[in-house]
Every structure is written in structure tokens, then in C-alpha cells.
Design a protein around this ligand. Sequence first.
Ligand code: GDP
Length: 440
Amino acid sequence: MFDNLSEKLDKALHVLKGHGQITEINVAETLKEVRRALLDADVNFKIAKEFTNTVKEKALGQDVLTALQPGQLMVKLVKDELTQLMGGDVEGINLSGDPSVVLMSGLQGSGKTTFSGKLASYLKTKKTKKPLLVACDVYRPAAVDQLHVVGDQIGVEVFSDRGNTDPVAISKAGIAYAKANGHNVVIIDTAGRLAVDEEMMNEIANIHKAINPQETLFVVDAMTGQDAVNTAKAFNDILNFDGVILTKLDGDTRGGAAISIKSVVNKPIKFIGTGEKMDAIDVFYPARMAERILGMGDVVSLVERAQEQFDEEESRKIQKKIAKNQFGFDDFLSQIQQIKKMGSIKDLMGMIPGAGKALKGLDIDDDAFKHVEAIIHSMTPLERATPAKLDASRKKRIAKGSGRSIQEINQLLKQFDQMSKMMKMMQGGGGKKMMQMMGA
Ligand code: GDP
């Protein structure tokens, strides 16, 4: 995410790190580079200029702060300003109605239908809500089908009325259906166009007026950069929406939309979409995003994701097995599955401070575990439980079955062996010993 911007900002701020003192000259040089980095990331010219002016004022006003290194002080100032620019505080969505109605707006292809599903799934699991999805795209039957597919996938009911060509009537009927059937959140997916046009704006404005939603969300594709900001402005002028959903942040996004949108429409980004799958949704935390942009990682989100996916019972089972020396390949497989549930490996690595830079240009294969899984799947239950049994002929058979080389199998066995030893050591209170081994 935002690799280019991160790299350029890092370079710009690096210059200051070698200096003992903040002077007007080195601040000006650094900020020129910072501004250039922002412009390259497709941040609006005016915003980039204001941004650097504010940081400059603050930096020069703080040269008395001798406790911090100038480089660190600048990084902090830039981080604080970026956070401010992207919204400051986290803003949730208003679910106060009964049912609470959430209206989706945005261009065609921005990710409205996908996000409607993600939000329904998120609310269902995290907030114990009972959502209803309502399909209001009366122009594209495929869009209605798509919402039904999404609903089936996440186990959320979808209301549609295929013969009806009046989106206002469908949305009203959907809300009535929700009331009658105990749904406490209604998410209305609407039709978009490829570009802003009067007809679409009138239609969404009419729906908005008729149903008076608690929350109107504007969905926008982050890859569209400055266009995203302009579209946001057009929709906000008509709808005065409550929040922005920035999708496709998993792609090669430059970052301009994320950084500029809040200050242009003065509405917070509430959620981000980071993939096509239904669980690729994240609450937008401006401070965490600023830290990620500056290559400081996002350890908090990483830990949260791990906690969400952490299966306590499974973990207890595995601990017992380790203690009894019974940790086998089946357990190894279940560990891999847990890691995979946390999301794409590249995304996870990006949350580790400094890792973004180190990984630049490295092609991390999200299917990296596939080979390991194939090898384990080719083992018999006995072999999985007692890897020591794997002699040359068994290895040959597994290699054939999994389509991997003997060398790869040996490598996996070696890794497995090391991992088992390490786990055993940690179990036996050998944490200290291990730290010593690692040279700490
Ligand atoms: P709509 O026309 O606004 O309803 O847009 P869709 O929900 O149909 O999304 C358009 C395309 O973008 C689909 O192929 C989605 O799978 C894809 N998409 C939506 N959100 C994301 C996201 O966060 N990341 C990625 N990579 N693709 C997304």
C-alpha cells in the first residue's frame, strides 16, 4: 500500500536525520521533497502546499526541543499532520435507527455491491446485528444477481423486486420488509454510472430524500486518484453524505485519494476495502494509516487481526501436544490455516515496521503456503504424526504425489524439525536460553 509515497517520504526525511539541528534551510529542503512526494502520489496541489507550510511552521517553532533528534521530530510532525489531514479521529457509522438505514452511493465499478456485502458481514459478526441487503439497481439485472450471490456467501438475506423499475419504491419496500422481519440494519445498494451524470444524481437524491437514511456512504475507488476526489465533491454537493468508503487500497494505489479526500469534502473516510473477498474490510484509522505511509508499520492492526483469528482452543491443544512431544504435520497445517485467515501475506508484512521498505520489489507469493500444503497433503496420517518415519522411499512417493522435489521435502522437514525444537524450548521455560542463542 502506498509503496512509492512511503519510499519518497522516507528519502526526504532521511536527509534531516544526519543533521544535529533543525535550521530553516534544511527544513525547507526536506519539505520541498515531501511536497514533491505528495504531488507524485496525486495529492491535490493546494493540499500539498498547505501541508508543507503547516509542518514548516511547526518545525521552526519547535527548535527548542532538544530532547528529540531533528529527524525524528520531523517524522513526528509529518505523521501528526498526515493524521490530521486524513481525519484525525476514527468515526464509526450511525446505527441508531430501528431499522437503521445505510444508503450506498458512488459510480459504477467503485465497489458498492462488494462493500455492501462486506459491511453486512462485518455488522453481522462484530456487532451482532441482523442486516438486510436491498438491491436497487433497476438497470442492470446482473447487479441484482451479484448482490444475491454476495448475500448467499455471507448468509445475509437480500431483498429485490426484479419487475420494479422504481428504485425509490424498492428501497421503501425493502425497509418495510426489514421491519416486518426483524432486521435491524438495512443496507441499500444503488445503481451507479460510469461517470457523474444528472440522471444518476437525481435518482440517488430522490432515494435519499424518500428514505432519509441514518447513514449515507459514498464509495470510491482509491485507484482513481484525483478523480476520486472530484467525484466525491459532486456526490457530496447533492447528498451531503456522512462518510467515505475507499476501496481497492490493496492495489497499486498512489495514495492521493486517501490523503486529499477528507480535506476536500470535509467528511471522514470510515472504512477501507483491501480486497475482493468479503473479509477484506478495515475500519479506517487515520493515525495508523499515517504510520504505515511513513513506513512505521501498523503493529496495532497486526495484533488485532491476530487476536481476531486466534483460536484459543486450538492453541491449547497444540501446547499440550508440544509438551508431550506429539506436534506433527497436521498441527503444522492447522497453524498455516490460521495465518492464512489473517489475510494476504504481503498485506501483513506491510504492517511490520520497516518491512515495507525491505520488501520493496520482492514478489511475495500469497500462494507460498500452497507447496507446503501440497506436500503435507501427500503424507499419510502416520507420516504426519511421526515425521521421523519419512525415509527415502516415502519421500519419493510424497514428491510424486505433491509434484514437488525431494529437496523441497527435505527442506520442509528441516524447518519443521527446527520449529519443533524451538517450541519445545519455549515451553520448557527456555525462552531465555533461546534469546541467548539468537544473540540477544
Ligand atoms: P459496483 O458497481 O460499485 O457495485 O462495484 P462492484 O462491487 O461490482 O465492484 C467492482 C469490481 O471491483 C469487482 O470486480 C470487485 O470484485 C472489485 N472490488 C471491489 N472492492 C474491491 C477492493 O477493495 N479491492 C479489490 N482489489 N477489488 C475490489
